[in-house]
Design a protein around this ligand. Structure first.
Ligand SMILES: Cc1cc2nc3c(=O)[nH]c(=O)nc-3n(C[C@H](O)[C@H](O)[C@H](O)COP(=O)(O)OP(=O)(O)OC[C@H]3O[C@@H](n4cnc5c(N)ncnc54)[C@H](O)[C@@H]3O)c2cc1C
Length: 264
């Protein structure tokens, strides 16, 4: 069976035309790889909708179109806190095509940008306007439908957000694991802590035990060490060609502690 590409003016039109046999094409870094390998055939649908490539920034939120690429994030001064994350996705050729929307759906061990969105508590907006917290979206993403934008809360101060990717081949290897942490402070205490891991589960996943240690605490080296010690509690990391589950469990806390110490 051949591949047929359809181009539609809006994402809504794609949604209506998708049916059960169509595949949506974002930047295509993963879809086209499957097509080239002969693993994906049939109808491929794309859109030229300019709304998908818009970034709107306000004081406390950035609204990022699903078709915005990693290179576009890197060109946006207002999104400086997300630059280390976008820079961690593949090499330059991948970054000019890889989209934010596609990253939300990228299977293990990909999805580094989604890890940052999870730590920041983003909301995912579907075509048609329905929105849900990214935690819910990631649990249901197999039946999530098309994503139009993500609304990303902006950290109140630069040190409140940090990202780290651990890979074997630098600078553009795939994640052994990635970590994003959002540690907002209120009168010296941590409030609304969110820590997310990539490549430690089938989708980006939060580290609830570490978050519990940090929430409400006054951050010091002792608290950070206790949070790091709890990093993998309740998590079930996979084994793949990059690392075993055992290795991921062993090193996750070490890397989390290093990341948190950068944020003190
Ligand atoms: C060489 C190479 C290196 C890579 N390195 C990394 C890396 O370091 N880190 C990383 O995170 N990823 C990496 N990737 C994976 C990939 O490039 C990124 O995850 C990228 O963000 C995926 O976006 P895309 O637009 O290319 O997705 P596509 O290939 O277009 O789509 C991927 C999936 O998402 C779905 N999709 C896309 N957009 C939407 C939408 N708006 N709504 C609903 N469904 C949608 C598609 O239907 C498809 O199922 C790499 C890929 C390659 C080929």
């Amino acid at each position: 069976m051949a591949v047929m590409v359809e181009t539609h003016p809006t994402l809504g039109d794609v949604q209506r035309a998708l049916g059960s046999d169509g595949t949506y094409l974002g930047g295509g870094t993963l879809v086209m790889r499957e097509v080239n390998a002969g693993a994906l055939q049939g109808r491929i649908l794309r859109t030229t909708d300019p709304a998908l490539r818009q970034i709107r920034s306000s004081f406390d939120t950035a609204e990022i179109g699903a078709g915005v690429t990693m290179a576009m994030i890197l060109a946006e001064r207002d999104l400086a806190h997300l630059h280390p994350v976008a820079r961690a996705v593949g090499g330059p050729q991948v970054r000019v095509m890889a989209t934010v929307g596609g990253n939300l759906f990228a299977a293990h061990p990909y999805g580094d940008f989604a890890v940052a969105l999870l730590a920041l508590g983003a909301r995912v907006v579907s075509v048609g306007g329905a929105q849900r917290p990214i935690d819910d979206f990631l649990r249901e993403r197999d039946r999530a439908g098309l994503v139009a934008t993500v609304q990303v809360p902006r950290p109140r101060e630069p040190r409140a957000f940090a990202f780290l990717k651990v890979s074997r081949v630098k600078p553009k290897g795939v994640s052994v694991l990635s970590i994003a942490a959002h540690l907002p402070r209120d009168a010296g205490r941590l409030r609304g802590v969110r820590i997310a891991f990539g490549a430690m589960g089938t989708t980006p996943i939060r580290a609830p035990a570490a978050e519990r240690v940090l929430e409400g605490a006054t951050p010091d080296l002792g608290v950070l060490a206790r949070a790091a010690a709890a990093a993998v509690e309740g998590l079930d990391p996979p084994t793949d060609a990059l690392a075993s589950a055992w290795y991921r469990r062993e090193v996750a806390g070490v890397h989390l502690r290093r990341l948190l110490e950068r944020m003190l």
